[in-house]
Design a protein around this ligand. Structure first.
Ligand code: GLN
Ligand code: ZN
Length: 813
């Protein structure tokens, strides 16, 4: 059943991508926003810069071959697409209502206030977007939220962006909206005790219908509604909602949106399901009037049958990985497309070619990594051979276009006689990439593989904790409630300037290292003066806790321009893990040794854990992640052994990303937790009982991972707890957690200096729920983003508070 349209609309394009990076090849978007926030640019200038970035992005996509109507997505955002949808449907929290313009919409200052907070008004909470490193803003929906369509007078809403492309460039784009089911599932109540936002679906749908009608009036033939929530497992991801409720919401939503509003035409609808398999949702969507459904065939399974309800619809096959950076094996992708087309023809559906997800998660263009002569530009450490295996956003657009051509029975613009030859050429070039990757010496290293294959269970086990505890107490001789920090000290302007000068070649390696050694000496002296018990070297020499290790491990390389958006204007440049991993030489040992040589107090060696290294890198797709993790773990195990041999008696292995990689579906979670815990234990189990292993986890919501944390078997675990006022500690204590625990007593995310009384109060609360003998005293996280003006008094208060609580404990006994 399809909606009668008075105007015939074009079929779904043969090739498209679900979305395009918003950063800009030179991070223009970041610069424009940050200039506005810093007051260096006014709103009009910034809006002009963002419009230019959008225009160039669309032109680029068209030039790369997305020529058909609706093939270029219109998915730009000033900060985040979930926030955009909230603004478009009038769901701006009441505390920001003074920013909402008459008729709805927010200007850049108001929009920024919601995204980043303003004075006393906290911003929307930010959290991870499915299992990616992108973070979205969590809408707040309460019974009082009155959904209504914003009139978009600020020119940043979906209708305005569509019109901008059409009138400015003559481009018929495809507006992209977060779908209603995902929008509500990702929202939270406006206040504690509010019913789940999904209960508001019936009120929200008419506003979506209005928005769709407005897009049609502006000329849109197709609109994309992103529904990644359909691939997640409600049990694992959306605590209060069942799979049945989600599927029912899908049925309700798309039955309603598929029917025409009275007297109104609507655009044709594509519903996408990126980041996993969504075959149950496909069954439901097939029964509605939506004209196209997307499946993620990179992460999700290939269907072996299609619902008859797909007759007359387009099945959009996400066969090019939008989330990874490897070139697609075009021959196998084509075979998959051909199988799907045979199934689709059986039910009377058409097949379109697309990416599995938006290209938001990959950098713009591999070509930026090489100079005119084909050699890598300064800052890129990937061998040219490896660069040839990579596809960033622009290359992936080319792959989608090539696959659509191949599926249509030819290649590109070639005449009919040359078509099969050109097609064979495209496939042969792809085969050559795959072969080069398979056969390259660094990809499979026999010695690394033999070592992983030879591992025994005992390699991931330390002796009993009681024995370790006694040996460590004797070796370290620490007071009760020992004080320490999480590792990094402020990365000052001077440190950054020295690193930049070294990169530019203006500072020799000797001079740079001397500057870092002097910095370490200062940090050690400061900690002694403050009276901390377990010191750190401060991590001055590290640009980033993952990149630093990637630069020193075989199998990794870094890019010069491979930036991806983490949230808002914040970008990261993940290293590329392309081959088997090993550690050619010690990495951190001489720095730790230098620090230890300056003080009689124990200095903690500081490493980034295997799971976090993988989570914040682009990983290979030709090996199970569990095996890759074991390789990284063994490289770290070597480092741990060398630190111990160099006299470092306390070693911390940070795993702030342990929860990030947790699979979306509950059924996949135990296997992940098994291999991630094993990797940590492989890295840390080679040491003597007297060596104390610490770990640090960067969050306070443990839920699904609490059992895994226990299984890490670290002697001391530091966690975030200041913001939740130690609530998390009670949950941990309730599990009978038997080893050292350091709940953060000072929130490093804010520049505020906590008073001694405040820290004392938190610590006093902590000793009530946890055996004081297990308790450590530390900040919530590393101090690298803070300045000394805040760090010094905060740590003074921390040390003094620990002293106070120690004294009161001594009186108790
Ligand atoms: N050791 C790191 C630091 O202090 C840990 C950072 C983190 O948890 N993200 O900076
Ligand atoms: Zn942290």
């Amino acid at each position: 059943m399809t909606t009668p349209q008075t105007t015939p609309l074009p079929p779904f394009p043969a090739a498209t991508v679900l979305g395009y990076p918003r950063v800009g090849p030179a991070r223009e978007g970041k610069r424009a926003l940050e200039a506005f926030w810093a007051g260096r640019a006014d709103a009009a200038t910034t809006a002009g810069e963002l419009a230019g970035l959008r225009r160039r992005g669309r032109a680029r996509l068209a030039a790369l071959g997305l020529g058909e109507q609706a093939a270029v997505p219109s998915d730009a955002s000033r900060y985040d697409a979930v926030l955009d949808l909230a603004v478009a449907v009038g769901a701006v929290p009441a505390r920001f209502s003074h920013h909402v313009r008459r008729g709805g919409g927010l200007d850049l200052a108001g929009y920024s206030a919601v995204a980043r907070g303003e004075g006393e008004h906290a911003p929307l909470e930010m959290t991870k977007w499915f299992d990616t490193n992108y973070h979205y803003l969590v809408p707040e929906i309460g019974p009082g939220t009155r959904f209504h369509l914003a009139d978009d007078a600020t020119g940043d809403g979906p209708v305005a962006l569509f019109a901008e492309a059409l009138s400015g460039q003559g481009l018929h784009t495809r507006p992209v909206l977060v779908g209603p089911v995902t929008f509500l599932l990702l929202s939270k109540g406006a206040a504690a005790g509010d019913p789940h936002p999904l209960t508001r679906l019936g009120d929200l749908l008419p506003v979506y219908a209005e928005l769709l009608a407005a897009l049609r009036r502006a000329g849109a033939a197709w609109v994309q509604l992103d529904e990644p929530a359909l691939v997640a497992d409600p049990a694992g991801t959306f605590a209060e909602v069942t799979t049945g409720q989600v599927l029912e919401a899908v049925r309700t939503a798309y039955t309603a949106l598929g029917g025409a509003a009275a007297g109104e035409e609507r655009p044709q609808l594509l519903v996408t399901t990126p980041y996993g398999g969504a075959l149950e949702a496909l069954e439901v969507l097939a029964q509605t009037a939506v004209e196209a459904v997307h499946l993620d065939l990179v992460r999700g399974p290939e269907p072996d049958a299609l619902p008859a309800g797909l007759a007359g619809k387009a099945l959009v096959a996400g066969v090019v990985d939008g989330h990874g950076i490897w070139r697609t094996d075009l021959r196998s992708a084509l075979a998959r497309l051909q199988r799907l087309r045979a199934l689709a023809e059986g039910v009377g559906a058409r097949v379109g070619v697309a990416t599995s997800t938006s290209l938001l998660h990959v950098p713009h263009d591999v070509a930026l990594e090489t100079g005119p002569d084909g050699t890598p530009v300064p800052g890129c450490t990937l061998p040219p051979e490896v660069l040839g295996w990579l596809a960033f956003a622009d290359q992936k657009v080319g792959e989608v276009v090539a696959l659509a051509d191949l599926l249509a029975g030819g290649a590109g613009d070639a005449g009919p006689t040359d078509r099969s030859e050109a097609a064979e050429g495209t496939l042969a070039a792809s085969d050559a990439v795959q072969r080069s990757r398979r056969e390259s010496a660094g990809v499979r290293v026999a010695s690394v593989r033999e070592r992983v294959a030879a591992l025994r269970p005992s390699d991931a086990e330390r002796g009993p904790y009681a024995e370790r505890e006694a040996a460590q107490a004797a070796a370290l001789d620490l007071p009760p409630l020992p004080t320490t920090t999480i590792g990094s000290f402020p990365q000052t302007r001077e440190i950054r300037a020295a690193r930049a000068a070294h990169t530019r070649g203006q500072l020799s390696t000797e001079e740079y290292e001397e500057a870092m050694r002097a910095e370490i000496a200062d940090v050690v002296a400061l900690q002694e003066r403050l009276g901390l018990d377990v010191l750190v070297h401060g991590e001055a020499e590290r640009n980033d806790m993952v990149q630093y290790f990637a630069e020193h491990l075989a199998g990794f390389g870094v890019t010069a321009h491979g930036w991806v958006q983490s949230y808002g204007s914040r970008c990261v440049r993940p290293p590329v893990l392309w081959g088997d991993v090993s550690r050619p030489a010690p990495i951190t040992v001489r720095w730790a040794q230098h620090a230890q040589s300056l003080t009689p107090r124990p200095v903690k060696g500081m490493l980034t854990g295997p799971v976090t290294i993988l989570a914040w890198s682009f990983v290979r797709d030709d090996e199970p992640l569990a095996d890759v993790a074991a390789q990284v773990a063994l490289a770290l195990r070597d480092e741990v052994a060398d630190l111990e041999a160099a006299g470092i008696g306390v070693i911390q292995v940070d795993e702030p990303a342990l929860r990030e990689l947790l699979p979306l579906r509950a059924a996949d979670q135990p296997a992940y937790l098994d291999w991630s815990v094993r990797a940590f234990r492989l890295a840390t189990s080679g040491v003597a009982p007297a060596t104390q292993v610490h770990t640090h986890l960067c969050y306070s919501e443990f839920g699904e991972v609490i059992g895994a944390i226990e299984r890490l078997d670290a002697d001391v675990t530091s966690i975030e707890a200041a913001r939740s006022r130690m609530e998390v500690l009670a949950a941990i204590a309730a599990t009978g957690y038997p080893r050292g625990i350091g709940p953060g007593v000072y929130d490093i995310h804010s520049p505020r200096v906590p008073s001694q009384a405040e820290v004392t109060e938190l610590l006093s609360a902590a000793v009530e729920v946890v055996d004081p003998r297990l308790l450590w005293v530390n900040p919530d996280c590393g101090l690298k983003t803070r300045g000394y003006a805040e760090v010094v008094p905060s740590l003074e208060h921390l040390v003094a508070a620990a002293g106070e609580v120690r004294a009161s404990l001594a009186q108790r006994v």
